[in-house]
Every structure is written in C-alpha cells, then in structure tokens.
Design a protein around this ligand. Structure first.
Ligand code: KG4
Ligand code: ZN
Length: 336
C-alpha cells in the first residue's frame, strides 16, 4: 500500500511516500526556518503562505523520488492536529483534494502520533507496547503506547514545552531561531554547575512537566548579567539548561515506566535530538536493563515519513475521513 503523506503543522512543508507502513520510498522537506529566523520565531501567517507556495512542488518531488505515478497512490494522508491552524489547513486541504481527485481514502494523522512513528521507520523490530516520550517545540508528553493507535496520555506540560524553553532562552542569548540545536552545541563545551537552574515541583500528577520556571530563570540570569555589565558564559548557561531539561524529563520517564511496567522506552520529537537528554536517557535505561529507542536526528524533527508511516496504522484501524474532516490547533493524542 502506497501512501502519500503531507505534513504542514508548523514551519516545515513536508511530503513522503510510504509503502506498507515502514518502508519510505521518498521524503522531501522544505524548511522555512531561515525565513522565520528573521523574526526570532515562527510567524503563523508567513508559515501558511509558504506552505501554499511549496506544497504542490514538495508533493510532486516526493512522487518523483519515489518513482511512482499518481495512479499508484492508494491513500493520501495529512497531519490534521495539533499545530498552527492555518498551516495545518493548507496541508490537510491539499491532501483531501488529492484523495478526492484520485478516488482514494484520506487519512488524518495526529502530529504527535506521527513523531512516535518516526521510530517505526528507524527501527523495523520496534512494535507496541512501549512507553513514549515526545518532546518538541509545542509538546512535552509521556504516553503509554499499548498499540499503534491505542495511546494513553500519562503526563504533559502544564505550561511551556521543553523546545519552547530552549528556543526562548536561545533567543535571549542572541542565537538564531530555532535555538535548541545551537544550545545543544554550546552545551558540549560548558559546565552545567556554573548556573544553577530551578526544578519545578508540581502537585498532582507526578508525571506532568513545567518548563516556564526554567525559561524565566535562565532569561533573568541573562538580563541580570547584562544590567550589571557582566558577560554570560553562553556555553555554561546552555549546559545548565540542557541539564535541567534532562533532569526534568528522565526521572519522570523512569517513573512512568515503573507505573506502567513497560520495559521498552521510545523518545521522539525535535528535543529528542538533544545530546545531554539522549545520554542521560541512555544511561538510566541501561542501569535499569530497559531497551531504549532513540531515532536518528533526521527523524526527530518534523518530517513527512513519520506521518506516512503512522497513516498506515491509522488506515489499518479504519481511521479514514471524508472531505468534512476539520483541523484542530490542539487535540489530545488519545483522540481518534
Ligand atoms: O518536533 P519539532 O521539529 O517540531 C514541533 O513539533 O515542535 O521540534 C522543534 C523543537 C524546537 O524547539 C527546537 O529548538 C528543538 O525542537 N530542537 C532541539 C534540538 N534540535 C531541535 N532542542 C534541543 N536540542 C536539540 N539538539
Ligand atoms: Zn513536531
């Protein structure tokens, strides 16, 4: 089964073709990041307009690279939630129109489920059940993946996502958008002990996250130093932030594993590219004798392959939709 999948939830215009789920025949990503970098973050209106400009070109290029004709497409999928609503609508409407014109089913795919599926693309042996961490620019969640489309939310951020904290701190340090990767690179040469960072202690669900306190604390340190005429050591500050993010995530993931009894752990999303987080997850998983899957960096950020892969499993579960299917800026990972 060949699925053409479209991903336009944020600032990447992406298309991919999957065959029988995990085999990716083509993956094309046009990143708008340079354009949004001029403004220090994603400008939703610009994102939607750029998606409109690029979507046909990107989809055609994916089919060309996959070496298949339009008549060989068995279904068309698109991310329909969560994300920037205008951006989502461009991709989903394009995909619905393609499906209608070709007379094939349309498969709406949840973006965060897609991030998890990046691991199916990378690791052919991986199958549910497992415990998943998805850390991206808009989300930080822990979820129990009982089956490909049976997913239970265990914990989520109460305020900012880890990626949002990285990006805003990076911006205050004068680093270009999106700043997570640059923070990761600086952190390699820094000492996390030089700038103590707070850890959020939340009442209620112990698997929930909060990153707004960390974001504010780091930004305040930078501003205070500026006001006093002191120079901030960007490497040390970046190392402290990476360390604080990892220290917030890793113990919660281990606690979630304990609660659910899962021994297979999976990480996903742009922040899963972070080296400090990857190292700490790896060493804790090893200590506990658990199996950890970390996707290659190319599959951590937004891409079409992850949507094309998850679309196959959604299709198997009967999750297709008609032209009336809407998009949603927010939607729980549990909803089908
Ligand atoms: O999953 P993603 O590409 O898009 C969303 O769905 O949000 O995640 C983007 C986020 C951005 O906040 C970016 O700064 C962050 O992932 N990111 C990183 C790294 N690479 C990307 N954060 C920390 N370390 C990295 N190496
Ligand atoms: Zn994403």
């Amino acid at each position: 089964m060949n699925i053409l999948a479209i991903e336009t939830s944020c600032d990447e215009t992406a298309a991919a073709v999957s065959q029988d789920g995990r085999k990716i025949l083509a993956d094309v990503v046009y990143s708008q990041a340079d354009m949004h970098a001029l403004y220090g973050g994603v400008v939703p209106e610009i994102a939607s307009r750029k998606h409109i400009e690029k979507i046909s070109l990107v989809a055609d290029e994916a089919l060309r690279r996959a070496g298949i004709q339009r008549g060989q497409i068995d279904a068309v999928a698109a991310t329909y939630a969560p994300g920037l609503i205008g951006a989502l609508l461009v991709g989903a409407n394009f995909a619905k129109a393609c499906a209608q014109a070709l007379g094939v089913p349309f498969i709406p795919v949840h973006h965060i489920r897609g991030h998890i599926a990046a691991n199916y693309v990378a690791f052919p042996q991986l199958e549910p059940p497992f415990l998943a961490l998805v850390a991206s620019g808009g989300h930080t969640i822990l979820a129990d993946v009982a089956d490909y489309t049976q997913i239970k939310l265990l914990g989520t951020t109460r305020d900012d996502a880890a990626g949002e904290a990285f990006d805003k701190i990076a911006r205050t340090l004068g680093l270009p958008y999106p700043g997570g990767k640059a923070m990761d690179e600086l952190a390699q040469k820094g000492d996390p002990a030089c700038y103590p960072m707070p850890q959020a202690h939340l009442s209620g669900n112990p698997l929930d996250f909060s990153f707004s306190g960390l974001k504010t604390a780091a930004i305040n340190q930078i501003h205070n130093a500026k006001q006093k005429g002191e120079t901030i050591c960007r490497e040390d500050l970046a190392a402290a932030v990476c360390q604080a993010v990892a220290q917030a995530i890793v113990p919660r993931m281990m606690e979630a594993a304990k609660q659910t009894g899962r021994r297979i752990l999976v990480a996903a999303g742009g922040v899963a590219a972070n080296r400090v987080l990857r190292q700490q997850l790896q060493s804790r998983a090893e200590q506990q004798g658990m199996t950890l899957y970390l996707p290659p960096l190319s599959l951590c950020g937004d891409n079409g392959s992850m949507i094309a892969c998850q679309a196959y499993y959604e299709y198997q579960a009967g999750h297709t939709a008609g032209l009336e299917q809407n998009c949603f800026a927010t939607l729980s990972i549990e909803e089908e």
